[in-house]
Ligand binder design. Sequence first.
Ligand SMILES: Cc1cc2nc3c(=O)[nH]c(=O)nc-3n(C[C@H](O)[C@H](O)[C@H](O)COP(=O)(O)O)c2cc1C
Length: 231
Amino acid sequence: MKAPSASRKKILLIYFSFSSQTNNLVLALINGLEKYNITVVRQRLVPMEQIRFPIGSIRGTIRMMVATFFRKRFPIEPIDPHCFHEYDLIILAGPTWSYNPSGPVLSLFDQYGERLFAGRLVLPLISCRGYWRVHWWGLKNLLGKYGARIVNVIVFCHPNPEPWRTIGVFLKLAGEVPEKKAWLAGKYRKYGHTQKQLKEAKRFGKLIGMELDQGGNNLHQLNFETEIAQP
Ligand SMILES: Cc1cc2nc3c(=O)[nH]c(=O)nc-3n(C[C@H](O)[C@H](O)[C@H](O)COP(=O)(O)O)c2cc1C
Protein backbone atom coordinates (compact mmCIF):
# COMPACT_ATOMS: atom_id res chain seq x y z
CA MET A 1 0.00 0.00 0.00
CA LYS A 2 1.35 3.44 -0.99
CA ALA A 3 1.25 6.37 1.45
CA PRO A 4 -0.58 9.39 -0.04
CA SER A 5 1.31 12.63 -0.68
CA ALA A 6 0.06 15.76 1.11
CA SER A 7 -0.89 17.89 -1.95
CA ARG A 8 -3.51 15.65 -3.52
CA LYS A 9 -7.01 14.75 -2.37
CA LYS A 10 -6.98 11.35 -0.73
CA ILE A 11 -9.53 8.58 -0.69
CA LEU A 12 -9.38 5.44 1.41
CA LEU A 13 -11.26 2.62 -0.30
CA ILE A 14 -12.00 -0.24 2.09
CA TYR A 15 -13.76 -3.23 0.58
CA PHE A 16 -14.62 -6.86 0.86
CA SER A 17 -15.61 -9.06 -2.07
CA PHE A 18 -16.52 -12.74 -2.01
CA SER A 19 -17.42 -13.49 -5.64
CA SER A 20 -15.53 -10.56 -7.29
CA GLN A 21 -18.57 -8.36 -7.94
CA THR A 22 -17.64 -5.58 -5.50
CA ASN A 23 -14.04 -5.97 -6.62
CA ASN A 24 -15.04 -5.32 -10.27
CA LEU A 25 -17.08 -2.26 -9.27
CA VAL A 26 -14.24 -0.92 -7.13
CA LEU A 27 -11.72 -1.32 -9.97
CA ALA A 28 -14.06 0.52 -12.38
CA LEU A 29 -14.63 3.30 -9.83
CA ILE A 30 -10.88 3.71 -9.35
CA ASN A 31 -10.47 3.82 -13.11
CA GLY A 32 -12.82 6.82 -13.18
CA LEU A 33 -11.13 8.46 -10.20
CA GLU A 34 -7.71 8.13 -11.83
CA LYS A 35 -8.54 10.90 -14.30
CA TYR A 36 -8.40 13.34 -11.39
CA ASN A 37 -5.77 14.60 -9.01
CA ILE A 38 -6.60 12.01 -6.39
CA THR A 39 -4.68 9.38 -4.47
CA VAL A 40 -6.63 6.21 -3.78
CA VAL A 41 -5.40 3.95 -0.98
CA ARG A 42 -7.00 0.53 -1.27
CA GLN A 43 -7.57 -1.84 1.62
CA ARG A 44 -9.14 -5.22 0.87
CA LEU A 45 -10.59 -7.03 3.88
CA VAL A 46 -9.20 -10.54 4.15
CA PRO A 47 -11.03 -13.06 6.36
CA MET A 48 -8.71 -14.88 8.75
CA GLU A 49 -10.34 -18.16 7.78
CA GLN A 50 -10.48 -18.48 4.02
CA ILE A 51 -14.01 -18.68 2.60
CA ARG A 52 -14.16 -20.20 -0.84
CA PHE A 53 -16.34 -19.08 -3.71
CA PRO A 54 -18.40 -20.93 -4.72
CA ILE A 55 -19.46 -22.43 -1.43
CA GLY A 56 -19.95 -25.64 -3.40
CA SER A 57 -23.05 -27.30 -1.97
CA ILE A 58 -26.71 -26.52 -1.38
CA ARG A 59 -26.42 -27.45 2.29
CA GLY A 60 -23.33 -25.22 2.79
CA THR A 61 -25.04 -22.32 1.01
CA ILE A 62 -28.15 -22.59 3.20
CA ARG A 63 -25.94 -22.81 6.30
CA MET A 64 -24.06 -19.64 5.29
CA MET A 65 -27.28 -17.79 4.52
CA VAL A 66 -28.75 -18.65 7.92
CA ALA A 67 -25.52 -17.73 9.77
CA THR A 68 -25.22 -14.41 7.94
CA PHE A 69 -28.90 -13.64 8.54
CA PHE A 70 -27.95 -13.64 12.22
CA ARG A 71 -25.03 -11.32 11.41
CA LYS A 72 -22.26 -13.85 11.93
CA ARG A 73 -18.88 -12.13 12.09
CA PHE A 74 -16.03 -13.25 9.85
CA PRO A 75 -12.85 -12.10 11.67
CA ILE A 76 -10.42 -10.26 9.40
CA GLU A 77 -6.64 -9.92 9.13
CA PRO A 78 -5.34 -6.64 10.66
CA ILE A 79 -5.77 -3.67 8.31
CA ASP A 80 -2.81 -1.53 7.24
CA PRO A 81 -1.85 1.35 9.60
CA HIS A 82 -2.24 3.72 6.60
CA CYS A 83 -6.00 3.32 7.00
CA PHE A 84 -5.86 5.50 10.10
CA HIS A 85 -4.28 8.48 8.30
CA GLU A 86 -6.34 11.52 7.28
CA TYR A 87 -8.50 11.13 4.17
CA ASP A 88 -10.88 13.43 2.32
CA LEU A 89 -13.28 10.52 1.85
CA ILE A 90 -13.62 6.88 2.88
CA ILE A 91 -15.45 4.60 0.46
CA LEU A 92 -16.67 1.46 2.21
CA ALA A 93 -17.67 -1.21 -0.31
CA GLY A 94 -19.06 -4.71 0.02
CA PRO A 95 -21.88 -7.14 -0.73
CA THR A 96 -25.21 -7.66 0.99
CA TRP A 97 -25.29 -10.92 2.92
CA SER A 98 -28.77 -12.03 4.02
CA TYR A 99 -30.02 -8.44 4.28
CA ASN A 100 -26.95 -7.41 6.30
CA PRO A 101 -23.48 -6.04 5.70
CA SER A 102 -21.12 -8.97 5.03
CA GLY A 103 -19.42 -10.75 7.96
CA PRO A 104 -15.96 -9.24 7.29
CA VAL A 105 -17.42 -5.70 7.18
CA LEU A 106 -19.24 -6.36 10.49
CA SER A 107 -15.89 -7.46 11.95
CA LEU A 108 -14.28 -4.28 10.62
CA PHE A 109 -16.82 -2.25 12.60
CA ASP A 110 -16.29 -4.38 15.73
CA GLN A 111 -12.52 -4.07 15.59
CA TYR A 112 -11.89 -0.60 14.19
CA GLY A 113 -15.26 1.20 14.09
CA GLU A 114 -14.47 4.25 16.16
CA ARG A 115 -10.80 4.60 15.25
CA LEU A 116 -11.53 4.36 11.56
CA PHE A 117 -14.80 6.23 11.14
CA ALA A 118 -15.20 8.86 13.90
CA GLY A 119 -15.67 12.26 12.24
CA ARG A 120 -14.91 10.88 8.75
CA LEU A 121 -16.82 11.44 5.51
CA VAL A 122 -17.99 8.03 4.33
CA LEU A 123 -19.54 6.90 1.05
CA PRO A 124 -20.85 3.32 1.23
CA LEU A 125 -21.00 1.23 -1.95
CA ILE A 126 -23.27 -1.85 -1.96
CA SER A 127 -23.18 -4.74 -4.41
CA CYS A 128 -26.23 -7.01 -4.20
CA ARG A 129 -28.66 -9.08 -6.20
CA GLY A 130 -31.42 -6.57 -5.42
CA TYR A 131 -32.32 -6.46 -1.72
CA TRP A 132 -30.16 -3.80 -0.16
CA ARG A 133 -32.45 -1.55 1.89
CA VAL A 134 -32.12 -3.37 5.22
CA HIS A 135 -28.35 -3.57 4.66
CA TRP A 136 -28.27 0.17 3.97
CA TRP A 137 -30.31 0.87 7.08
CA GLY A 138 -27.91 -1.29 9.17
CA LEU A 139 -24.88 0.44 7.67
CA LYS A 140 -26.33 3.85 8.45
CA ASN A 141 -26.84 2.76 12.06
CA LEU A 142 -23.31 1.41 12.40
CA LEU A 143 -21.64 4.39 10.75
CA GLY A 144 -23.75 6.75 12.84
CA LYS A 145 -22.87 4.86 16.02
CA TYR A 146 -19.16 5.31 15.31
CA GLY A 147 -19.48 8.99 14.45
CA ALA A 148 -19.09 8.91 10.65
CA ARG A 149 -20.73 11.43 8.34
CA ILE A 150 -22.41 9.63 5.46
CA VAL A 151 -22.25 11.73 2.28
CA ASN A 152 -24.24 9.55 -0.15
CA VAL A 153 -24.67 5.91 -1.16
CA ILE A 154 -23.94 3.88 -4.28
CA VAL A 155 -25.94 0.69 -4.88
CA PHE A 156 -25.49 -1.76 -7.74
CA CYS A 157 -28.04 -4.57 -8.18
CA HIS A 158 -27.80 -7.61 -10.45
CA PRO A 159 -29.91 -6.77 -13.50
CA ASN A 160 -31.84 -10.07 -13.82
CA PRO A 161 -35.62 -10.33 -13.34
CA GLU A 162 -37.03 -12.24 -10.35
CA PRO A 163 -37.45 -15.02 -9.43
CA TRP A 164 -34.59 -16.09 -11.74
CA ARG A 165 -32.14 -13.68 -10.13
CA THR A 166 -32.57 -15.27 -6.68
CA ILE A 167 -32.49 -18.80 -8.08
CA GLY A 168 -29.40 -17.96 -10.18
CA VAL A 169 -27.46 -16.45 -7.25
CA PHE A 170 -28.33 -19.40 -5.03
CA LEU A 171 -27.22 -21.94 -7.63
CA LYS A 172 -24.02 -20.00 -8.34
CA LEU A 173 -23.13 -19.95 -4.63
CA ALA A 174 -23.86 -23.67 -4.43
CA GLY A 175 -21.32 -24.27 -7.21
CA GLU A 176 -23.65 -24.75 -10.19
CA VAL A 177 -23.57 -22.89 -13.52
CA PRO A 178 -27.10 -21.40 -13.72
CA GLU A 179 -26.43 -19.76 -17.11
CA LYS A 180 -26.00 -23.23 -18.63
CA LYS A 181 -29.07 -24.90 -17.16
CA ALA A 182 -31.55 -25.52 -19.99
CA TRP A 183 -34.58 -24.53 -17.88
CA LEU A 184 -32.93 -21.26 -16.71
CA ALA A 185 -30.71 -20.16 -19.58
CA GLY A 186 -33.26 -17.97 -21.42
CA LYS A 187 -34.27 -16.22 -18.21
CA TYR A 188 -30.96 -15.82 -16.41
CA ARG A 189 -28.30 -14.16 -18.51
CA LYS A 190 -25.33 -13.89 -16.19
CA TYR A 191 -24.33 -13.90 -12.52
CA GLY A 192 -23.47 -10.46 -11.15
CA HIS A 193 -22.98 -7.05 -12.68
CA THR A 194 -22.82 -6.27 -16.40
CA GLN A 195 -20.21 -4.39 -18.43
CA LYS A 196 -22.71 -1.55 -18.71
CA GLN A 197 -22.81 -1.34 -14.90
CA LEU A 198 -19.02 -1.34 -14.68
CA LYS A 199 -18.99 1.60 -17.12
CA GLU A 200 -21.52 3.29 -14.84
CA ALA A 201 -19.24 2.66 -11.84
CA LYS A 202 -16.41 4.28 -13.78
CA ARG A 203 -18.65 7.26 -14.49
CA PHE A 204 -19.47 7.48 -10.78
CA GLY A 205 -15.72 7.49 -10.08
CA LYS A 206 -15.34 10.45 -12.44
CA LEU A 207 -18.21 12.28 -10.73
CA ILE A 208 -16.62 11.77 -7.31
CA GLY A 209 -13.20 12.80 -8.64
CA MET A 210 -14.55 15.95 -10.26
CA GLU A 211 -16.47 16.89 -7.12
CA LEU A 212 -13.47 16.32 -4.83
CA ASP A 213 -11.31 18.35 -7.20
CA GLN A 214 -13.77 21.21 -6.77
CA GLY A 215 -13.67 21.08 -2.98
CA GLY A 216 -15.88 18.08 -2.21
CA ASN A 217 -18.68 20.00 -0.50
CA ASN A 218 -21.43 18.63 -2.75
CA LEU A 219 -20.84 14.88 -2.65
CA HIS A 220 -24.36 14.50 -1.25
CA GLN A 221 -25.81 16.00 -4.43
CA LEU A 222 -24.26 13.48 -6.82
CA ASN A 223 -26.91 11.27 -8.43
CA PHE A 224 -25.97 7.61 -8.13
CA GLU A 225 -29.56 6.35 -8.39
CA THR A 226 -29.64 5.43 -12.05
CA GLU A 227 -31.52 2.80 -14.08
CA ILE A 228 -28.20 1.18 -14.91
CA ALA A 229 -27.02 0.84 -11.29
CA GLN A 230 -30.37 -0.28 -9.88
CA PRO A 231 -32.43 -1.61 -12.81
C1 LIG B 1 -24.34 -15.53 2.06
C2 LIG B 1 -24.91 -14.59 1.02
C3 LIG B 1 -26.11 -13.93 1.28
C4 LIG B 1 -26.63 -13.04 0.34
N1 LIG B 1 -27.76 -12.35 0.64
C5 LIG B 1 -28.21 -11.38 -0.19
C6 LIG B 1 -29.33 -10.56 0.17
O1 LIG B 1 -29.89 -10.65 1.26
N2 LIG B 1 -29.74 -9.62 -0.71
C7 LIG B 1 -29.15 -9.46 -1.93
O2 LIG B 1 -29.59 -8.61 -2.69
N3 LIG B 1 -28.08 -10.21 -2.29
C8 LIG B 1 -27.60 -11.16 -1.46
N4 LIG B 1 -26.51 -11.92 -1.80
C9 LIG B 1 -25.91 -11.74 -3.14
C10 LIG B 1 -24.69 -10.82 -3.09
O3 LIG B 1 -24.94 -9.65 -2.37
C11 LIG B 1 -24.31 -10.44 -4.53
O4 LIG B 1 -24.07 -11.61 -5.27
C12 LIG B 1 -23.11 -9.50 -4.60
O5 LIG B 1 -23.05 -8.95 -5.92
C13 LIG B 1 -21.82 -10.24 -4.30
O6 LIG B 1 -20.74 -9.33 -4.24
P1 LIG B 1 -19.25 -9.85 -4.02
O7 LIG B 1 -18.93 -10.74 -5.20
O8 LIG B 1 -18.42 -8.64 -4.00
O9 LIG B 1 -19.20 -10.61 -2.74
C14 LIG B 1 -25.96 -12.83 -0.89
C15 LIG B 1 -24.75 -13.51 -1.13
C16 LIG B 1 -24.22 -14.36 -0.18
C17 LIG B 1 -22.89 -15.02 -0.44
